[in-house]
Write a protein that binds this ligand. Structure first.
Ligand code: TYD
Length: 433
């Protein structure tokens, strides 16, 4: 039995669950451009989130009355295909919704958006399953208004209910239904607007909101994601893009790398990669990678996963198996054995592998210049690295997410994100897009 204060909670969407500014502003700009209307210089585009868009087009942006409907249609078409994908889920919201669901709380959405659009947004972000009910307007005019939407979002009987929102309309909607109004000051409404509306509680951060709605709840378990690939596979670029996308999906991302990731392990990295240490033998190198990993798992990876974070780690034990086991021919078994106490059971939940032939990767790295003698010797080394990776993947297909890294950056990034999300949010996959 949980000790949550509310057994029914209705949420507003824009500015409460999601940072909607970029998505909405970009579609407003598109509509204005298509209409051939200039955006007035004094217009503050941040103000477009919240008030009815028809009014914004007409009064703030100066669209003639007879063209407002056309503007709305252009806006909607762009929002559906581009704008909504620029939404960002605020941090801590994902874990909060999951805790509420675990606690048996009735969770509803009460939005002034068309209902089907709100459903699409929740589905895209893998949140639809967290809601018992989605209440929105029908297409076109705002027929119901917030008080009515909130009433429809509440279950037949409840012990104590709350409406959470970032504008005074949300506070008024709660009050009209005799339930608690929880206002959030991190959204689009100013503090002054919210204070004047006199909510029951005003919170400043999503963390405070989560603590208020789910006091004492245990954090849902995190996720350990690693990224692997041969040198020249474009790994750093893809890890950067993936990190941004996962943050946009509301994950508490801890980005880290190997060798390194914490002070002691970064010191060890310097020793391994120092060109002055040419006489380092292969076994010493393999043990140093393992030593650096032991500290990294102990100090960074394990604690972060336990507190609910998504750890995004650039290279992990598979690199040792491929480079030291395969490349340096120390043997896969030996490398797995020396890494066993370092990994200490904390294997990745999923591993993204950027697949590219090592010769193609080398061509990329050398950017069309002729390889020298040393680089040609390296061809064999990287061939063995690739082979070891491929054997690892064949043995553990359930863990690996393989993407073809010979394509262009954006195509690889989209493919990688969709495949990773299918692992991190298995429910989203079932719902389709
Ligand atoms: P990294 O910094 O990931 O370089 P890049 O982004 O250019 O691939 O890795 C540095 C090198 O360390 C890389 O060549 C792979 C190697 N390495 C190993 O040989 N064993 C290991 O266990 C790890 C983690 C990395």
């Amino acid at each position: 039995m949980n000790h949550y204060p509310y057994d029914a909670v209705a949420f507003d969407l824009d500015g409460t669950l999601f940072d909607a500014e970029e998505g909405i502003v970009s579609s407003v700009k598109y509509a204005m451009q298509q209409l051939g209307c200039a955006i007035p210089e004094k217009a503050d585009l941040r103000q477009v989130v919240g008030p009815p868009l028809r009014d914004t087009f007409q009064y703030m942006l100066g669209v003639p009355a007879e063209r407002v409907e056309e503007a709305m249609q252009l806006y909607r078409a762009d929002f559906r295909t581009r704008g909504m994908y620029r939404y960002s889920l605020y941090p801590n919201i994902r874990s909060m919704l999951s805790m509420l669901r675990q606690g048996g709380v009735h969770v509803a959405l009460a939005t002034s958006k068309p209902r089907w659009l709100a459903v699409d947004i929740l589905r895209h972000f893998g949140l639809l399953e967290d809601f018992n009910l989605v209440v929105g307007e029908e297409d076109g005019a705002a027929k119901h208004g917030k008080p009515e939407l909130v009433r429809m979002a509440l279950p037949k009987d409840f012990r104590r209910a709350a409406m959470v929102g970032d504008r005074k309309f949300d506070v008024e909607g709660a009050k009209a239904n005799g339930i608690d109004a929880i206002a959030v000051a991190y959204g689009c409404g100013s503090r002054e607007e919210l204070e004047n509306a006199q909510p029951k509680v005003l919170v400043d951060t999503t963390e405070q909101l989560r603590d208020l709605l789910c006091p004492g709840a245990q954090m849902p378990r995190g996720f350990f994601l690693t990224v692997e690939g041969p040198d020249g596979s474009g790994k750093t670029t893809q890890v950067n893009l993936l990190e941004n996308s996962l943050r946009q999906f509301g994950f508490d991302v801890v980005r880290t790398r190997e060798p390194g990731g914490c002070a002691i392990s970064e010191d060890i990295r310097r020793i391994i990669l120092d060109p002055a240490n040419m006489e380092m033998c292969d076994t010493c190198e393999a043990l140093l990678y393992a030593a650096s990993r032991a500290q990294h798992v102990h100090q960074v990876i394990r604690p972060a996963v336990e507190r609910g974070a998504l750890v995004l780690c650039d290279r992990f034990v598979d690199s040792s198996v491929a480079y030291q086991g395969g490349g340096r021919e120390l043997g896969v078994k030996t490398i797995q054995q020396i890494n066993q106490p370092a990994v200490n059971g904390r294997l990745p939940d999923a591993t993204l592998y950027l697949a590219i032939d090592h010769r193609e990767a080398l061509r990329r790295r050398l950017a069309a210049s002729e390889p020298d003698r040393l680089e040609l010797a390296a061809v064999e080394f990287h061939g063995r690295v690739q082979q070891a990776y491929e054997e690892l993947i064949a043995q553990d297909e359930a863990r690996f997410v393989v993407v073809d890294a010979s394509r262009d950056i954006q195509t690889i990034a989209e493919d990688a994100l969709n495949k990773v999300l299918a692992r991190v949010l298995p429910g989203r996959d079932r719902e389709g897009k």
